[in-house]
Design a protein around this ligand. Structure first.
Ligand SMILES: NC(=O)c1ccc[n+]([C@@H]2O[C@H](COP(=O)([O-])OP(=O)(O)OC[C@H]3O[C@@H](n4cnc5c(N)ncnc54)[C@H](O)[C@@H]3O)[C@@H](O)[C@H]2O)c1
Length: 363
């Protein structure tokens, strides 16, 4: 069993990583508290694959368990689904001594977490992430939320889970695009904080994609969670250090917005965002050319769709200005000094920088 502790003063928790863990959810939950009932929130696909085995394990451990299912996809992070879940929780007799369990990818984790944060002024919840992106990123750190019709993730709160149960076996049913998109966030951790891990990924990326070596997959999950836990432990509410987790996300978010969230997976857009940020780091004299080449080579191995020809630099620059992380004083852009080391710079307009890079990648 691999365990990563998230060190938050009065809300610290453990991430448990082990193949086959999903079938033992009940005994883990049983050790952490005596809950009157459990609402297992999941989406249709994940419910079909893992819903019953998790629910059965919870019931065997003595918990009255209700499965609440939402449709797959980003549209479920909505006021509509939030209200429907609240209604179902009331109907199921959920009280503050109950527990919400989020079983699924980042959509389910964000929505179920925010449902837990807002129902009865907050009920405890746990994360059982089943996509690579959710395992290495969204299930750790306590950011929960839904989308507003005017923008992604605009409504939310910090609500830390009681524990995170991670079963690498669940990745075997994941689609190829979701695996590549998750690997994008994996590479990000090497780039921002761990040059040794970056070198490990250079060696093992293809085998990790094939999920062929269980020990390496667990090592990958453990390393990503350890880095995220360290960063979140030092800066829970994104006052400073936590911003480094946004490496590649400035242009990544802009690409997602410019293509109306229907073309790229989040991680796919982040691959392009990281390639631009590395290029910009070199252009600003921070990152040496051989390091940029290594980064481009590794990121170039991740299979992602091209940037559509219709997307131009001024649209992307405009979208970065609308990013919710932009403040009145400009945008904090995370760049690289070396593989494993970041530097944050304040920028206002990025049109020229993005244009130069787009011309470069399109030639
Ligand atoms: N809270 C955070 O810190 C944070 C960080 C990054 C991203 N996010 C959010 O995460 C969301 C994206 O998450 P995602 O990429 O996991 O997408 P997702 O939750 O939409 O899952 C992608 C698809 O995979 C399916 N799926 C999930 N697990 C599966 C499995 N084991 N086998 C087969 N199919 C499976 C789902 O049903 C869904 O259709 C976005 O809404 C993003 O805003 C949140």
């Amino acid at each position: 069993m691999s365990i990563v502790h998230v060190p938050l003063r009065d809300r610290g928790y453990d991430i448990w990583i082990e193949p086959g863990l999903i079938g033992q959810a009940g005994s883990f939950v049983g050790r952490s508290g005596n809950f009157s009932r459990i609402a297992l929130i999941t989406d249709r696909t994940v419910s079909g694959l893992y819903g019953e085995s998790v629910a059965e394990s919870l019931r065997e451990a003595g918990f009255q368990t209700h499965i609440l299912t939402v449709p797959d996809g980003e549209d479920s992070k909505s006021y509509r689904e939030l209200e429907r879940l609240h209604t179902e929780l009331i109907g199921a007799g959920m009280t503050r001594d109950g527990l919400i369990a989020a079983l699924g990818g980042g959509v389910v984790g964000d929505l179920a977490g925010f449902t837990a944060a807002t129902f009865l002024r907050g009920v405890p919840f746990i994360q059982i992430p089943t996509t690579l992106l959710a395992q290495v990123d969204s299930s750790v750190g306590g950011k929960t939320g839904i989308n507003h019709p005017l923008g992604k993730n605009l409504v939310g709160s910090f609500h830390q889970p009681l524990m995170v149960l991670m079963d690498p076996e669940t990745l075997k049913t994941l689609g190829r695009r979701d695996l590549w998109a998750g690997l994008a966030e994996v590479v990000k951790y090497g780039l921002i904080r761990d040059a040794g891990f970056f070198a490990f990924l250079e060696e093992n990326l293809d085998a990790l994609f094939r999920l062929s070596d269980e020990t390496d997959v667990v090592r990958m999950l453990n390393t990503c969670c350890r880095i995220k836990a360290e960063v979140v432990g030092l800066d829970e509410r994104e006052g400073g250090l936590r911003r480094i987790l946004n490496f590649g996300h400035t242009l990544g978010h802009a690409l997602e917005a410019a293509t109306e969230y229907g073309y790229f997976r989040h991680g796919e857009a982040v691959v392009w965002g990281m390639r631009w940020a590395a290029w910009e780091s070199h252009r600003q004299g921070l990152l040496a050319a051989p390091e940029l080449e290594r980064i481009d080579r590794l990121l170039g191995r991740l299979v992602v769709p091209p940037i559509p020809e219709t997307v131009d630099a001024s649209v992307l620059a405009e979208k970065t200005r609308l990013d919710k992380k932009q403040s009145a004083r400009g945008l904090n852009l995370v760049l690289l000094e070396r593989i494993g080391n970041t530097r944050t710079v304040r920028v206002t307009d990025l049109t020229d920088q993005i244009k130069g890079w787009l011309d470069h990648v399109r030639t």
